[in-house]
Design a protein around this ligand. Sequence first.
Ligand code: BEZ
Ligand code: FE
Length: 616
Amino acid sequence: MTRGFVHSPSPTRVVFGAGTVAQAAEEVRRLGGSRVLLLARPRHGEKVAAALGDLVVARFDGARMHTPVEVTAQALDVLTSAAADCVVAVGGGSATGLAKALAARTGVPQVILPTTYSGSEVTPILGETENGQKTTRRSPDVLPETVIYDVDLTLDLPVPTTVTSSINAMAHAVEALYAPEANPVVDAIAVQAIRGITHSLPLIVADPSDVDARAELLESAWLAGSCLASVSMGLHHKLCHQLGGQFDLPHAETHTVMLPQVMAYKEKESPEALAKVAEALDVPDAAAAVFDLVTELGGPTSLRELGLPESSLDGIEPASVLHAAWAGTRPDGAPTLSALTAQVLASFDNTPDPRLKQLITDLVQHLHHFAVHNDLTEDEWLFAIDFLTRTGQISDDKRKEFVLLSDTLGVSSIVDALTNSRSPLTTPSAVLGPFYVEGPPAMEHGADISGGLDGEPLWVSTEIIDTEGKPVPGAVVDVWQANKDGFYDVQLAEVDGPVLRARFVADDEGRLTFWTTLPHEYPVPEDGPVGQMLGGTARHPYRAPHVHFMIMAPHYHTLVTQLFVKGGAYMDSDTVFGVKNGLIVDFPKAEGEPPAGREVTADGWHRLDYTFRIGR
Ligand code: BEZ
Ligand code: FE
């Protein structure tokens, strides 16, 4: 069906960037302003006042939520008596609302500097309250002339407010997609806004001072606000308005709770619109994904937690949406599956070992959630089963494909960190890897472990001490490494028996020395399922160059670790995520006579000197 539409682009001028506050004076003059009334609270106001300099003839910091007309009257007095010819507002919805109210009454031009993600700065909508009654008008007269977005003004917006106000912004974009006035420009803007909000929010929650993420969010909030400006809002805004008005619920939090529930409801009515959201988010179920996002970001998911009694919802339609929103149920439309999950979990009720019970029930929950969340197909699950089967089939006592899978998925490094990174006083640990062989050949100090294999000679001299700096005599130290081409002995058909692996016992001073060859980067085995995973995800298979050590001593915690060659390849992208700062070491070219009577070629030799600290 041909979609007819009207599009009328907004005339608002938008200046976006970091440090753009500095352009405020220029923007005021551009509008012909020479006498500014500054509407700002002191926090950000000072910065803007400084940028405007003597253009500022008056200030007003009394803006309030819902733009009460009596506050507007006070500000109007200030405007008139100062003979101001431009208003500059710094802040969120309240400051913007007041600027618009002044413009509606006097036609004064407005420059807005938003400090939140409200979006109202780009809408021609003004909501005012008088005697507790809210009236809303939509008129080009209230649309700000200029908006200056300066990401620096948003850096200190607290995380909870950032989350709820961004989901509020997302609601503008979502509702634009099924609005009767929607058009291709609005669609594109809405999709981009949803994508940007979803991408940047988790980054900001992880690091609230992430300027790039804040900029992406601010940009997305502007786009979402533009949607609100272009089309009329639907069921979600109507319900939030009603709930807010009737029960005095907090605005952005109410939007945050309601959005996924309304989206689930709208799925039946406007599947194409919701499909666009799902596509933007790259998920099968948009409503469930937004619910999960809010949960993950720590935002509210139920009206119950906003303090509303369930009985207050009687008579508000659609009842199913409101009751789901009250309870905060995940809108995945698959109640039978969650009953099934409960049944499976209950089957483990009698597990005698509490730890086993905890691990297996949690694993089942995560697996069920994974399947539901991704709308997993039978073919995909059968592929996964086949992948694991092949991983088992290729494995034997030398080829440890499951270890490699755990390593390349980063699980080994996580478990290693949880188990071993107990103290900053000991040498950091690193993954064992699949190439350790139990019981390597015992060797004397100064021996050459390379078995005559080619490579640049490397002299290793190490000392084992405890956390008090005392040597640990008699410590048993296993070392193993790949040859210059990146192969371990177990991978080389022509090598019979152990090479480039040995066991040493530390002397009375906790020391040991040996000759080996300089390690190089190498690919992990790629001819099995793990190689298929790396190839299918466009990952490289390389490990940064390293030597492995396992250090054992009675009463001490065994240390399994690796030393990495400083300046070596793939240090930033080791395919098993094993590199840690404390393990990156110089393997410098050495001067002078090689130790232990070793003869070297004209290319010389390298050395590695390192002290391991082990703990009890
Ligand atoms: C290794 O360094 O030997 C290794 C570690 C994890 C996976 C593959 C190889
Ligand atoms: Fe290795």
